[in-house]
Design a protein around this ligand. Sequence first.
Ligand code: 5GP
Ligand code: ZN
Length: 113
Amino acid sequence: MSDDCIFCRIIKGELPAQFVYKDEKVVVIRDINPQAPTHLLVIPREHVPSADKVEDPSLWSQVMGVATKVAKDLGLVEDGYRVVLNCGDRAGQTIYHLHVHVLSGRFFRWPPG
Ligand code: 5GP
Ligand code: ZN
């Protein structure tokens, strides 16, 4: 846990968020500034700053397993959904606590901008 990390503070309950899923390893919240009708953030409870700092590869199956589960549970599969991970400033990462975005409810261009 990191005292100055927004996601750690949300996970600790110090800052509000709309939770859609919680387990012992991972939480899912709604993004405060949604870029699609559904925009979720899948966040491991452990404070890992970014994808390149993951030491235990099982973290990936936990995070991606939950991303897949919430996509199914929230009915996103039929419409389609996109999973995004920004790593580093130039890729658009703004919060340095690992998370993956799950976006759905609109058309997504490929390749992304
Ligand atoms: P990144 O740019 O690091 O890939 O994604 C960070 C995401 O966190 C952004 O989409 C941003 O809108 C979201 N975000 C930033 N602060 C908060 C907050 O306090 N609460 C929630 N729910 N989302 C946040
Ligand atoms: Zn954190």
